[in-house]
Design a protein around this ligand. Sequence first.
Ligand SMILES: Cc1cc2nc3c(=O)[nH]c(=O)nc-3n(C[C@H](O)[C@H](O)[C@H](O)COP(=O)(O)O)c2cc1C
Length: 174
Amino acid sequence: MKAICMETEVPNDELIVSHTNLYGIITYANDTFADISGYEIDELIGKPHNIVRHPDMPASLFTNLWETLKEGKIWSGYVKNLRSDGGYYWVYAQVSHLIDKNNNLIGYKSLRAPVDIAKRHELEISYARLKEMEENLVKMSEWIDKATYQRITTLSQNENRSVSDIISDLIGTP
Ligand SMILES: Cc1cc2nc3c(=O)[nH]c(=O)nc-3n(C[C@H](O)[C@H](O)[C@H](O)COP(=O)(O)O)c2cc1C
């Protein structure tokens, strides 16, 4: 029987690879991605990539991922992913563009590497803080619009500063 909520170690000598179409639907998965996520390759193909989304992941990271790709830039970041058995694995992912021979954008690809244990502990704490901030911002949503909310969370993540720091800077201290 498989244990629930157990962490799976990502091997150092193998790359987890996936491709998606323009809408984040998986079009290719390598054997390592299938092994680590606990799915068969044909269970992954045709599914949205959020099939491996872990509930601990702050939403603003994915907003930032899609905004970065749409600006034509490569995104990289740390991601905690959900396995099919409820366990999880950490990766450092690089997501970039898939271009056909006529130079048309046809989708995206991601390559992932392992994350060392100290970094994983640090990320558990910083992502939990970021998620809490996002939840607080959702509560503030009656008086803050969505675009401002996204700008604040992106700034907070990019500059590794708390939301209160950013707001204090904007309004000044008394
Ligand atoms: C090439 C590519 C790879 C992705 N890899 C992952 C991944 O490993 N884990 C993940 O949670 N989301 C990944 N995403 C982002 C998902 O498409 C999605 O935005 C995210 O899971 C949040 O889903 P949700 O907004 O529906 O909750 C990837 C997107 C692309 C384009």
